[in-house]
Design a protein around this ligand. Sequence first.
Ligand code: FAD
Ligand code: NAD
Length: 475
Amino acid sequence: PGPQLPFDPEKKTLVILGSGWGATSLLNTLDTTDYNVVIISPKNFFLFTPLLPSVAVGTLNPHSIIQPTRYVTRHKARQVSVVEAEATDVDPINKTVTFKDTSEIKGLVSSTTISYDYLVYAVGAEVQTFNIPGVRERACFMKELADAERFKSEFLDCVETAAFPGQDPKEIDRLLHIVVVGGGPTGVELSGELHDFLEDDLKSWYPELAGRIRITLVEALPSVLPMFSKQLIEYTESTFKESKIEILTKTMVKEVKEQSVVLQMPDKSIQEVPCGLVIWAAGNKGRKLTQDLMAKLPNDQTNRRGITVDDHLRVKGTDGSMFAIGDCTATSYAPTAQVASQQGAYLARMLHQLAKQDTLTQRLAQLEKVVPEDASAQDPETKKVLDEKQDIKRQLAKVKLRPFHYSHQGSLAYIGSEKAIADLPFSHGNFATGGVATYLFWRSAYLSTLFSLRNRTLVATDWLKVKLFGRLLFE
Ligand code: FAD
Ligand code: NAD
């Protein structure tokens, strides 16, 4: 047999599914000496999603915003198994996980099933397409690193194709029309970054074309960024107006065609708008694995938005051995990195308490077998055991499994033109601010949130390089 997972029969096995915000935050705080820890994810790295739109326009190098999972685990007190694979089945009754190597290169063994004592389900969500025709086949998403890289190359291809000698003027306008679907923070931030790229770089690279590039942001609701305060929505709308980014609200994309998008306008009329590229940022939905898992717990898992958990993030309908965190859950919190990372850190502390509780309970059961509760304390050996039992009970009573409490640190978004918006909670309400100073705050907030000094250095260096030499589009 080849490499085996590190296993100590004295310890319980903790399996973590995912290597995103929830799982990585958990791993950062987890005391790995408590468990046999196995982390399974099809991506063997953590992706810092808030800076993904910056990668899409070449402000940041893709490597600057990813952190290999092994970079975290190699500093841990006890070895953690990192498995690059996709979980394909989770069985909450028999407590097993089946996973498969879905990468291109496969060995003789590429699928297996392992048992767990505790499972942390942190697989995130996938892009919601609402089964709108053409979206999956033709639109570019903005969720994974590969999406940002795809956007970069397709956008540039549109520009180069428009620059082809003798290109028809109408065709040039089509190719240079970029439609962003979804006025949530992803769509807004990408539009803002794209505008900066146009102003700072494309105007000098393609002076004859840059003025013809158009960005349209399409949002089905009456306004963009519904989660921000009214004044910041207005500030974003006016900044976009100045930046010549057109916002179409109360407008719904009905189809994505090869060379156009079909829009349902506010008056319900249908318009077909020619465009070169469509970016789809219309929100999330649960993964198939999550839907399959929920179907195995039909009495407790009925929320279409995702997995229902209790106050301690335990999956409802299981025996307390499975936890779910982040975007795969349906809670009262928004599906954000902030929530997922706080849940991950909370769970690490909770799992430490559980390990303590489990060890004490096991020891108590052992002692119970040697000296039952009603034994007489005459004999000194028996007395010693009874004292130890009393002590364990006292320690067990002290183990407190507190419920999860979310502390909102505020919402931040970059809107282009070196401006950002921030809704920050204060003791007496909310502080809404937008502008260049907020942009500097946005930069420093994300720089300090990056998980490692290595990433912080890489991102800061990229920003400096862009200031000095412009964006990195041709690499
Ligand atoms: P994810 O971070 O998505 O991680 C899921 C993990 O599960 C991934 O590692 C994935 O590879 C893995 N996985 C998938 N399928 C399987 C499987 N079958 N088996 C095992 N593993 C699997 N939030 C903010 O708070 N602030 C922001 O500024 C912000 N900006 C964002 C910008 C963009 C462009 C995007 C797309 C999102 C942004 N978000 C932001 C939202 C934030 O990224 C998510 O809320 C957060 O990633 C959720 O964390 P998670 O751990 O639940 O899921
Ligand atoms: P979202 O769900 O916040 O926004 C998607 C938008 O697309 C919605 O407003 C919806 O009305 C619109 N939409 C859906 N279908 C449409 C259609 N057919 N035509 C037109 N519009 C359509 O999605 P998101 O922006 O990707 O954000 C996902 C989560 O990540 C949110 O919780 C968000 O807060 C978080 N996030 C936060 C930040 C930040 O804090 N800076 C950045 C990115 C994402």
